[in-house]
Design a binder for this molecule. Structure first.
Ligand code: LMR
Length: 330
């Protein structure tokens, strides 16, 4: 087990709940990379509020949004070492630990939000959350939070057909599946931390990106992108991961209340995500600075067809069990 800061003091046994008070609370540090008013930002703050209420202030969740404590390049290491207790990354960023998390990037795998929710509730999702790969890194997976479908944007030309992607360079979150996705479309890609993406688009390091409407809106990417197509070609969803040594050190009665708060915050996120994304699309359109192209089903089908080679390349890595398990939930 890796060294963890945890909530334990060196050499002492686990504390009992009554040692924590509103003046001297147990602190849970929760770091994430999106804006305060994003889907994830609002759900994280809701969780903190619920924990405060349920534990009468004996547990305090300190939320650090906008990559201000840790960003994409270091939040996972910080969780493993226990320097932060809780993170909520886009699941593809768990590729460093287990390549199966890239299921989320398989093009057009999910049909709609209901399909995604059915997956979150499924045994295949539970297997992924309870994997040995996570526990070997002293990580415990607790929940899934949705964001939404990703859509392509760029600065050079409207994206309608596969040909339109040729020669463009896109920002990617992480992993080989996204790299292969862009390559299959004749485009290049670069892995760039979320917190550095605005600057990369502004400076032309990359021409384009792929985001749910809500991230596109709350990060103001519309200021540095000219064209957005409603491709809905992939998903962006979150896993709630905690440092296991720390989590197991939380006194049992407080832990019950914290876990209740997480269940409620998860429901809150599930109820919020679709609406916030719909509102964000309206905001983006209202900004008047991005040309939004509404893709037809035929145009999306053509992209789907073009992206089939990604399945040939990655089905073994993601595992047929997981991919077929997700497809069976349609
Ligand atoms: C991204 O890097 O685009 C997303 O993972 C950011 C996020 O957390 O929604």
């Amino acid at each position: 087990v890796l060294a963890a800061c945890g909530g334990k003091e060196e050499g002492s046994d686990a504390k009992s709940a009554d040692e924590y008070t509103a003046d001297k609370p147990l602190i849970i540090k929760f770091s994430h990379v999106t804006a305060i008013d994003s889907v994830k930002g609002k759900a994280a703050d809701k969780f903190a509020e619920l924990v405060k209420e349920k534990t009468e202030g004996k547990v305090k969740v300190e939320v650090y949004p906008s990559s201000q404590l840790y960003g994409d390049n270091d939040e996972l290491d910080a969780l493993v070492s226990g320097n932060v207790h809780m993170i909520a990354p886009s699941v593809t960023k768990m590729v460093k630990i287990d390549p199966r998390w890239q299921y989320v990037d398989m093009p057009f795998l999910f049909e709609n939000d209901e399909h995604v929710q059915a997956f979150f509730n499924s045994d295949v999702a539970k297997d992924l959350m309870n994997s040995d790969q996570l526990s070997a890194n002293d990580i415990k997976g607790l929940a899934f939070w949705p964001n939404g479908f990703k859509h392509f944007s760029n600065n050079k030309n409207p994206l309608v057909t596969v040909e339109d992607f040729k020669g463009l360079k896109f920002r990617a979150q992480a992993g080989q599946v996204l790299e292969a996705q862009f390559k299959t479309l004749g485009a290049g890609s670069a892995t760039i931390a979320f917190g550095e993406t605005y600057a990369a688009l502004q400076q032309g390091t990359v021409d384009g990106a792929e985001n749910p409407y809500n991230n596109f809106d709350t990060m103001k990417f519309y200021e540095v992108q000219k064209y957005l197509s409603t491709s809905a070609h992939g998903r962006l969803d979150y896993g709630i991961f905690v440092n296991k040594t720390f989590w197991d050190s939380i006194p049992a009665d407080l832990l019950t209340q914290v876990e209740e708060a997480l269940t409620e915050a998860t429901t809150f996120a599930q109820e919020l995500a679709a609406d916030e994304n719909a509102k964000s699309l309206e905001n983006v359109k209202a900004s008047g600075v991005v040309e939004v192209y509404e893709m037809s089903q035929e145009e999306r089908d053509a992209l789907k067809e073009a992206l089939q080679p990604v399945y040939e390349e990655f089905s073994e890595t993601i595992t047929p069990e997981l991919i077929e398990g997700i497809e069976a939930l349609k």
